[in-house]
Write a protein of this length. Structure first.
Ligand code: MN
Ligand code: MN
Length: 401
């Protein structure tokens, strides 16, 4: 049976071996009891297995999980600039891509949509105005300021325009690591690719006007700074969107811990945000966002302010640690253990995006509290008294001891 599978279904056989290894390991090293050893030996006679962790099975080293987004090159024009990080630059980040965009006052990221990704953004600095149009015929024109977030579902057309006199900076995240290469559709690009005859028929523009249209994608153009009050849609019959694309994350209640605080926004808070959740963390100098993982989501992070040490734990004796500063991006695979330590002398602010609309996490402190003392003592070979010193409840952000 196993041999036949090996010949015909190598992938399944590999999965089978992984499953068997896992069961064997659990039997021998986690149960640690006679029953466990019997279970393990029964397994090893029933199926051909490589024994446990010493089997010599090789695991790839963990890939780099840091990318210096603000230190990279990018697009620059009169209306603004953009730097992006996709799987092309940052191979580990398969599920989330990011862009750091700056717009001048009046700088307009032109009308466009993304075919393969939803767009999320956080306003770091300044103010901007967006337009977005939904397939149900409703539209929105709305202003954003520092701490606000937006979410545009996949395929919804939108535009972004800077309002602040000293410029506007926002960080965008997309729920697909390949969004850019295969998925940004700009209106000027489309027009440039369409014959003058078809454009004349569809846009009602005169041929001499069509001849003056951009010959390729404009991307960001310098527009006029719009007036303070929100303008009307060209079609006055259009209904304002009943399900807003804006959420005031900065105004949300903060959850405080001894070493810092966090704001978490899931779909329960912001219904439009249907494929992602997000968070902003503030970690005090020397404090740590404690050891934890996210059972159902990859984590993409952008350092807004300060300095951090982040380490990921990837099982099988693998871990990786790196140092981060303002403008750096990190990516942590679903289920991988990690922590964030503030190594600087001022508060560390981190922006986080998760590729699941429901936010879940498991932290070390609450996990330890959810087990009997004796079990933890046995697990580590400690005395019960030593275990009594360990945390029992969620610490979240642990201040410097
Ligand atoms: Mn966009
Ligand atoms: Mn995390």
């Amino acid at each position: 049976m196993a041999l036949r599978m090996h010949i015909n279904y190598p992938r399944e056989t590999e999965m089978d071996e992984q499953r068997t290894n896992r069961l064997t390991r659990r039997g021998m090293f986690e149960l640690g009891s006679a029953a466990g050893l019997i279970a393990a030996s029964a397994l090893s006679t029933a199926q051909p297995v490589k024994a446990g962790p010493q089997s010599g099975r090789n695991f790839e080293p963990l890939p780099d999980f840091k990318y210096s987004l603000e230190g990279s090159g990018g697009w620059e024009g009169p209306g603004g600039s953009a730097k992006e990080v996709t799987v092309a630059e940052f191979p580990v980040s398969r599920s989330i891509a990011g862009v750091s965009m700056r717009l001048t006052p009046g700088g307009l990221r032109e009308l466009h949509w993304h075919a393969i990704a939803a767009e999320w953004a956080y306003i770091v600095e300044g103010r901007c105005r967006i337009t977005v149009f939904s397939p149900n015929g409703q539209a929105e024109v709305v202003d954003f300021e520092q701490g606000d977030i937006w979410y545009f579902p996949k395929g919804y057309p939108h535009s972004l325009q800077g309002l602040a006199p000293h410029g506007t900076h926002f960080v965008l995240a997309f729920d697909n690591g390949q969004f850019s290469e295969f998925g940004t559709f700009s209106i000027t690009d489309w027009f440039a690719q369409t014959s003058a005859a078809v454009l004349a028929q569809n846009t009602c523009l005169r041929p001499d006007v069509i001849a003056r249209l951009p010959k390729k994608e404009a991307y960001i153009v310098q527009g006029k700074v719009p007036a303070g009050e929100l303008p009307q849609f060209r079609n006055k019959q259009i209904e304002t969107n009943q399900s807003p694309h804006k959420y005031r994350m900065g105004q949300q209640n903060v959850v405080s811990f001894e070493g810092g605080d966090e704001r978490i926004v899931s779909m329960a808070d912001f219904p439009a945000q249907s494929t992602l959740s997000c968070a902003v963390l503030r970690i005090e100098p020397g404090a740590i966002r404690e050891l934890h993982w996210h059972p159902t989501a990859d984590e993409w992070g952008y350092v807004l302010e300060g300095n951090a040490e982040i380490a990921v734990f990837g099982a099988h004796g693998r871990s990786k640690k790196d140092n981060f500063q303002k403008g750096d991006v990190f990516f942590i695979d679903q289920g991988f253990g990690h922590y964030v330590l503030n190594t600087g002398s001022s508060d560390l602010h981190v922006l986080l995006v998760f590729n699941n609309p429901v936010y879940q996490q498991i932290s070390l402190s609450s996990w330890l509290g959810a087990n009997p003392t004796q079990l933890i003592a046995d697990n580590f070979g400690l005395s019960n008294a030593a275990v009594d010193n360990m945390p029992k409840e969620l610490m979240g952000m642990v201040k410097k001891s």
